[in-house]
Design a protein around this ligand. Structure first.
Ligand code: JEH
Length: 236
């Protein structure tokens, strides 16, 4: 079973994991998710987890000690392989292929920092001294306040790939094959449902024809037109 350990000073951010598909996957034992409060590992009366940066500069940096204590408490089995995911605005860009890779990992630890991030010796230590696979990941080129929301995004992308989580595996199958363009990017045909006429807008008649060959051709055409349109928008 896939194990997820999440470390954060705001464990309440992970309450939505009880909902919908991920909540069901948890309850049916398809995934095991534990949330850990980093402050429980702080060793002073004020539960301090941050301090000023060496060398100066704005903001605060997260102390390595509470992180080391939290990760050691989780990763106590020497026979297991641990993947430490550290969210950071400058990390490798998260992608569907990365989600597919991470869905195969048995023990994923998500380090959700705040402030200016975590003292770099934490990732150095687990990479070089503990043989962890350490990945520094960003979900996109914009600045968030911490790693929690990015972790929710990444977990949703991973967990829906775990066999049994999605009720209809045909939709996953379709995604993994037809819905990619020459660059491996996802492309999508437009979807319609009832009624056939909504506020004067008609569903394309081909979709009502029952001709599966023609429907597939129409969808492929509509998907590439839509992808081209979205591409142009990113250039403009
Ligand atoms: C943000 C983890 C922990 C804010 C500012 C700075 C940018 C250059 N896609 C994502 N965006 N942001 C995060 C993320 C992911 N995954 C993310 C985090 C943490 C993830 C703390 N923060 C807040 C934070 C400093 N600036 C970051 N720099 C790349 C433009 C300039 C410096 C660090 C951390």
């Amino acid at each position: 079973m896939n194990k997820f350990d999440l470390i954060s000073i705001f464990p309440e951010y992970f309450e939505p994991l009880e909902l919908s598909l991920i909540g069901k996957a948890k309850k049916s034992g398809l995934v095991d998710i534990s949330v850990h409060n980093l402050r429980d590992q702080a060793d002073d009366n004020h539960h301090t987890v941050d301090d000023t940066p060496y060398g100066g500069g704005a903001g605060m940096v997260m102390l390595p000690e509470p992180w080391g204590a939290a990760i050691d408490a989780i990763a106590s089995n020497v026979d297991q392989i641990y993947d430490l995911i550290v969210l950071t605005p400058a990390g490798e860009k998260f992608s569907q292929s990365m989600a597919e890779e991470l869905a195969l990992c048995d023990n994923l630890i998500f380090a959700c920092g705040r402030y200016e991030g975590i003292d770099i010796r934490v990732t150095d230590f687990y990479r070089t001294q503990k043989n962890f696979r350490v990945r520094e990941i960003s979900i996109g080129d914009y600045v968030l306040n911490g790693g929690e929301v990015a972790t929710l995004v990444i977990m949703e992308a991973i967990i829906r790939l775990i066999p049994g989580v999605i009720g209809n595996p045909a939709s996953l199958e379709e995604e993994s094959h037809s819905l990619r363009d020459e660059n491996g990017s996802l492309v999508e045909y437009p979807s319609y449902t009832k009624p056939a006429n909504w506020r004067g807008l008609e569903v394309p008649p081909v979709l009502l024809s029952g001709n599966h060959g023609e429907i597939a051709r129409w969808r492929a055409e509509a998907a590439s037109a839509r992808t081209a349109e979205l591409r142009n928008r990113t250039r403009e």
